[in-house]
Design a protein around this ligand. Sequence first.
Ligand code: PLP
Length: 370
Amino acid sequence: MHIYADNAATTKLDSDSFASMEPFLREEYGNPSQPYSLAVVCKKAINEARKTIAECINAEPEEIYFTSGGTEGDNWAIKNGSALYGNVLTSAIEHHAVLNSCKSLEIKGVTVSYLPVNQKGLVIPEGLARLLKNRPALCSIMSANNEIGTIEPIEELAHIAHKHNSIFHTDAVQAVGHIPIDVKALDVDILSASGHKFYGPKGVGFQYIRRGVKIAPYIDGGAQQSGYRAGTENVAGIVGMATALRKSCNLMPAEIKRLQRMEKLFFDILSGSNLDYIRNGAENHLPGSINISVRDANGEMLLHRLDLMGICISTGSACDSTETQISHVIKSIGVPVEYSAGTIRVTFGRNNNDSDAMEVARAILRVLSL
Ligand code: PLP
C-alpha cells in the first residue's frame, strides 16, 4: 500500500504539465533573451505562460513575474516592501519564509508587529485596523495556512490596509490552484505563489505585483522580466507551472466537492471510534486539509508508524533529544498541552480517492490501538 496524503508539502507533477515542459528541456533550449528563432520560441512560450497565469488569477500579464518559488516571493515582498514603509505587520501563523524574512528585518532595526489569531487560526480584522492607525505599514497575511488550512478574510484585510494608506501582500502558496483566487476582487497589491503546490514543477513560482506598486526588484542582474526579476528564465518550469495552474483551475469546482467528501469519510471513521481529538482550523478551510490533535499521543511517532504502513502524512510537532517542539501555528491557536504533541496534518489531493481517505483514518486508529 502507498498513500500520499501530504499534498500541502508538495504535489505530484501533473502529466500534462510534464509533457508541456519536455520540449524546453530538450530541443528548445535557446536563451529567451536572444533574438534568433531558436530563442524566440522560448520567449513566446514564456509570454503565453504569463498570459495563462494572469487569466487564472484575474491579473494583467504584465503584473506577473516569475520567481524560484514561494520563498523567494515572500522574501521579495517583505524585505523590499518594508523599504516603502519601514513598518511591517504580519500574523503569528505565517510560513517561515515570511517569519524569517521579518526576523532578518528586525535585526536591521525594522519594526515588525505580529497579529495574534483566534482559536480557528483567523486574523481578526479589527486588530489590523487598530495597529495601522496613524502608522502605515507593509501588511503581509497568508491567504490560507499551510498547517491548519484556515482561509483568511483577505478581501476584508486588504481593504483595511488600503484605508490606512498601507500596501497588502498575501502569501497565497497554499491557496492558488486550490480555491478561486481573483486578485482584483481580493484587492491585494502583491501575491506570492509556487508551482509545486498545484501539481506543477518545483523551484518555480510567480509573483503578482499590481500595476503601480513601486516595490524594488529583489534579484539584481540582467534585463530579464523588464529588469524586475533578473536571471535567465526557467523556461520549462514556467511553461509547466502555467499548464498545471490552468488544469487545476479547470478541475477546481469538481475537485473541491470530491475533497470535501473525502474529509467527511475520514471524520466519519474517527468519530465512530473512541479517539479523543480536536480538529484544528476554521470552518472555511482548504479542501482536503485535515489537522487534528490527539490527546496524549505523539505526532512524530504516528508519522513514522504510518510511514511503515506506506502512508505519508505530516506532523505539527517534532521531537529533538530532550523535548517536543510544538509548531508556532499550533501554539498560536492555543491547542491544550495534553493534545498539542499529538498533532498531525493529513492533506488529500487530486491523486487520492475515497478509499485512501478511509484507509488513512483506519490506519491512525490501528496505530493508536483503537
Ligand atoms: N508559504 C507557504 C504558506 C508554504 O506552504 C510554502 C511551502 O511549504 C512556502 C511559502 C514556500 O514555498 P516554496 O517551497 O515554493 O519555496
